[in-house]
Design a protein around this ligand. Structure first.
Ligand SMILES: Cc1cc2nc3c(=O)[nH]c(=O)nc-3n(C[C@H](O)[C@H](O)[C@H](O)COP(=O)(O)OP(=O)(O)OC[C@H]3O[C@@H](n4cnc5c(N)ncnc54)[C@H](O)[C@@H]3O)c2cc1C
Length: 417
């Protein structure tokens, strides 16, 4: 795995969640890593994010040694309740399921970047933008450019694209993504002192609109609304008023009156869902660069951590290069697809803005009544299990049993009438 002077085993483009995770985990396995980031400031952070990290990513957070650092900064050990008109509120109590982390990106990103940069073997190249891939066909490095527009090449056996949703490396390679349009738009802001006080996150599936509140460190709560696209003209005519009215009209709405607004209103109008092949010879994609999913489910940060972890697990021992490395990349691509494609298909279908269908309505009703179904639903929602979990015969039997009970209840009442 040793590299020639100036060469690296791995060149990672993007020093955000996915890139820093990959850099640290590769270096802990003995690799020499170039971590290339266009932002010059070490404490730069992503602003368009609501940073609920699912419990599926907790093992990676622990493996990184990040958990105690987040705890020391007051990260919330998260849990979630969901409201639909079919179910009312559903959720597991604190302690009934593993927790994830809720912590603002303003706090998280600098901590994770410093952790990665301080790992022996990682060379952080901040203020450097990747502008090209080196090599014909199979990449053998990255061309980078500094703020004075001076270019140089960084050579490596493996190039990792961790450059986010509009991945430049995917365009350069080119590795096009499968795109599904999004039927909602997003506005959110930060509040302090939102009452009633809770550390539990809440999501409202209003059919077709959505909303959520995610409590974070320092009594901050990020409150987001995601109306259907049809409502964009109405929203735009009075942005702040529409945002406040929608939040205040939610069932069991948080009280805005006594809370202070701690940020401007942030918006994101276009968020297509994108899935691409996560590797080809010499090149891997992690995080949003591999798959950009619907934010309504609070999933992208967790998957950025996890996909970087899967990549390192599959390829770290094969960084000698050549066919062994490409076989390892192919394994990573298959793990990524197996773990994430079913979730992607489910979330991007819902992201179209279509109404909740009768089957989902029945599922939500049953989840509200049945603890076993509620646990299965939580495992899928927290992304620890595949959506296939809901097709497990033991789960299906309970859904059908409930349906039969409901039918016979109706028949009994009809007979009695
Ligand atoms: C409105 C909204 C709300 C969200 N809420 C949540 C949530 O609650 N929970 C959740 O899990 N996810 C959420 N997400 C998704 C989450 O923000 C992303 O999934 C996550 O940031 C992906 O991390 P990443 O490291 O892959 O990419 P990014 O965080 O986008 O980082 C990419 C990095 O690459 C750098 N870069 C890009 N191009 C280059 C280049 N050419 N050269 C050098 N550097 C480059 C960038 O500067 C950046 O640092 C939300 C997204 C949106 C839009």
């Amino acid at each position: 795995m040793s590299a020639h002077a100036g060469d690296f085993d791995v060149a990672i483009v993007g020093a955000s969640i996915a890139g820093c995770t990959a850099a640290r985990l590769f270096a802990l396995r003995g690799a020499r890593v170039a971590l290339i980031e266009r932002q010059p400031a070490l404490d730069a952070y992503k602003t368009v994010c609501t940073h609920f990290i699912q419990s599926s990513a907790t093992p990676t957070i622990e493996k990184l040694g990040l958990a105690p650092l987040l705890d020391a900064r007051g990260a919330v050990h998260n849990s979630i309740d969901m409201w639909t008109r079919y179910s009312g509120w559903v959720g597991l109590s604190d302690g009934e399921a593993p927790y994830g982390y809720s912590i603002t990106r303003r706090t998280l990103d600098p901590i994770l970047r410093k952790l990665a940069a301080d790992t022996p073997g990682v060379e952080l190249m901040a203020g450097q933008t990747a502008v090209g891939l080196v090599g014909n066909g199979r990449p053998v490095g990255v061309r980078i450019e500094d703020r004075a527009r001076t270019q140089r090449e960084v050579s490596s056996r493996l190039v990792v694209a961790a450059d986010g949703r509009d991945s430049k490396l995917a365009r350069l390679a080119p590795v096009p993504g499968r795109v599904k349009p999004h039927g909602r738009f997003f506005y959110f802001a930060y509040w302090r002192g939102l009452r009633p006080f809770t550390t539990r996150s809440r999501v409202w599936l209003l059919d077709p609109d959505c909303a959520y509140t995610f409590p974070m460190e320092d009594d901050l709560t990020v409150a987001l609304v995601a109306p259907h696209r049809d409502r964009l003209p109405e929203f735009r005519s009075d942005l702040h008023g529409s945002y406040r009215r929608m939040l205040s009209s939610l069932p069991d709405a948080p009280r805005l009156g006594t809370a202070s607004l701690e940020s401007k209103l942030l918006g994101k109008l276009e968020l297509p869902n994108v899935f691409r092949r996560a590797a080809r010879p010499g090149l891997a994609f992690v995080g949003d660069a591999a798959m950009s999913a619907d934010p309504v489910w609070g999933v992208g940060c967790g998957w950025a951590l996890q996909s970087a972890d899967w990549l390192v697990e599959e390829t770290a021992d094969a960084l000698g290069g050549g066919s062994e490395l490409d076989a390892a990349l192919e394994r990573y691509q298959r793990v990524h697809r197996r773990r994430l494609l079913p979730h992607y298909l489910m979330t991007s279908d819902f992201a179209s803005g279509r109404p909740i269908n009768p089957l989902e309505g029945r599922l939500f009703r049953a989840v509200a009544r049945d603890t076993v179904l509620r646990r299965a639903f939580e495992q899928v929602g927290s992304r620890r299990r595949s959506p296939a979990r809901l097709l497990d015969p033991r789960v299906l039997v309970r859904l059908t049993a409930r349906k039969t009970d409901a039918l016979s209840d109706r028949r009994r009442s009809a007979a009695a009438a």
